[in-house]
Design a protein around this ligand. Sequence first.
Ligand SMILES: [Zn+2]
Length: 104
Amino acid sequence: MSAIDKIKELAKEKGVSFKIDPETWMEKKPKEEEKIDFFCLCGSRECVPHRKSNEIYGPGGRSWIMYYRCAGCTSHFDDPKKYSEAQRSLEKRLQEMLYVAKIV
Ligand SMILES: [Zn+2]
């Protein structure tokens, strides 16, 4: 039995629940995913996380977000916040270009 299993067993016995997962040292239950002010040039304001799980259902089951994709154009990205920022600045630059070109 590994040290981790011993700790888990002991915790179970004592009815202690971990805030930190002893295997990964990560918070067991990630706090409510913060609402992202998502923006994509395709017009979508929604992104969908793509998760990978350790295929354990029930206790011990965990899932990780591998990447996100835009609900509109299905672009893939790691960080919706950074993606939104980049898309916003791109939009701004496009508008400037259109203005210079006297299209708008
Ligand atoms: Zn999009």
